[in-house]
Design a protein around this ligand. Structure first.
Ligand code: PLP
Length: 386
């Protein structure tokens, strides 16, 4: 089999869509500051507003509810910032409820929030990565200021029932945020039916460049800027407009809305082919995440007796790009907290590989990966026995 490059790390980031590339090319001559009143400024402003409409349409919001940010992490941070902003009246509420499997841009802020007097509750998840509804319901009371539950998880792809969780939180008058960075472009998103106050997006997960994100702020929900100074974004986020990033994001959102159903169907079929291929040819594996309520292109597998980072490096030598649940932090291999908090043993979490398919994944790619995994796992298992 001829060597090829197979990119199965689309949850980490996606390549640019050729149509987005074309818009980027166009944007390079659009130098006007979108806040300026002259013609170059007005030309840029028009493009920014068109892009805002496209992003709004993707999630069924209105244009005025979209704030462009520097990335998904900033969108998430900006929402948690509301918990201790003196301008936001939370009626004396001091509690923040979130899950044990959120992205680090939420999860890692726990201690900082606690230092500022916020009581943080991490709601546990079951073995499929679903938030445990009984524990969630118990965590709610009228002292909860904010709830943040991700729509889909980046590692396992498990999708949460954010609509039901929001409805429950609203009974106690809490504000609700969802991190939809991984869900966007892969499943349909309607902010009205979800009922959330805030929703985070990131362009580089939907075939646009890195360094541009958005935050949906429901009309009437409290908000105060995270980045302060200029009056851009209707006073909600300072910083000169990123013409290139915003235009690219707009195009990517337009394409996502047009293609997500077709993309999802194709990715699900290819993902299931890969899943079956690994089960048949490798064996002794454990699939992480929910069997059905899962992003269509995500397959997270733990291989018994093989270590994730070694698998990743051996697959890389074959031209296959994937990611692993173990991250080499400060010299020691830490297993993924997402998998460990879903009850996976540390050994299995260490042996986990995430395959994340994308719009450009082909059947040939899957056949190539299915052919190359068995010898790699066999070799590593032999080495670990030795
Ligand atoms: N939230 C989730 C679920 C993610 O997967 C990511 C990126 O991996 C982020 C937030 C952060 O987005 P960004 O890379 O744009 O900061």
């Amino acid at each position: 089999m001829k060597k090829r490059l197979v990119y199965l790390d689309n949850n980490a980031t996606t390549p640019l869509d050729p149509e987005v590339k074309r818009v980027i090319q166009e944007s390079l001559d659009l130098y006007g500051n979108a806040s300026s009143m002259h013609t170059p400024g007005r030309n840029a402003h028009k493009k920014m507003e068109d892009a805002r409409s496209s992003v709004a349409r993707l999630i069924h919001a209105s244009e005025s509810e979209i704030v462009f940010t520097g990335c998904g992490s900033e969108s998430n941070n900006a929402v948690l910032n509301l918990l201790f902003s003196p301008e936001v009246d939370l009626g004396g509420r001091k509690r923040f409820v979130t899950s044990a499997i959120e992205h680090p841009s939420i999860y890692e802020l726990k201690e900082m929030l606690e230092r500022r007097g916020i009581e943080v509750t991490l709601v546990p998840v079951d073995e499929t990565g679903k938030v445990r509804m009984d524990a969630y319901a118990q965590a709610l009371d009228s002292d909860v200021a904010l709830v943040s539950i991700m729509l889909a998880n980046n590692e396992t792809g498990t999708i949460q029932d954010v609509g039901a969780m929001t409805a429950l939180a609203k009974k106690y008058g809490a504000l609700v945020h969802t991190d939809a960075v991984q869900a966007a472009g892969k499943i349909g998103i309607d902010v009205r039916s979800l009922g959330v106050d805030y929703l985070s997006l990131s362009a580089h997960k939907i075939y646009a460049p890195k360094g541009i994100g958005a935050l949906y702020v429901r009309s009437g929900s409290p908000f105060t800027p995270f980045l302060r100074g200029g009056h851009q974004e209707d006073g909600r986020r300072a910083g000169t407009y990123d013409n290139l990033g915003i235009m690219a994001f707009g195009k990517a959102a337009e394409l996502a809305l047009e293609h997500w159903e077709e993309d999802a169907q194709r990715m699900r079929r290819l993902r299931d082919m890969l899943d079956l291929g690994i089960r048949e040819k490798v064996g002794d594996i454990h699939c992480n995440g929910h069997p059905e309520d899962r992003l269509p292109g995500t397959l997270n597998v733990s291989f018994y007796g093989a270590e994730g980072e070694s698998i990743l490096l051996y697959l890389d030598m074959e031209g296959i790009a994937v990611s692993t649940g173990s991250a080499c932090a400060t010299g020691s291999l830490e297993p993924s907290y997402v998998l460990v908090n879903a009850g996976l043993s540390s050994d299995l979490a260490h042996g986990s590989i995430r395959f994340s398919l994308g719009r450009f994944t082909t059947e040939e790619d899957i056949a190539y990966v299915t052919a190359h995994i068995p010898p790699v796992i066999e070799r590593l298992r032999r080495m670990s026995t030795v």
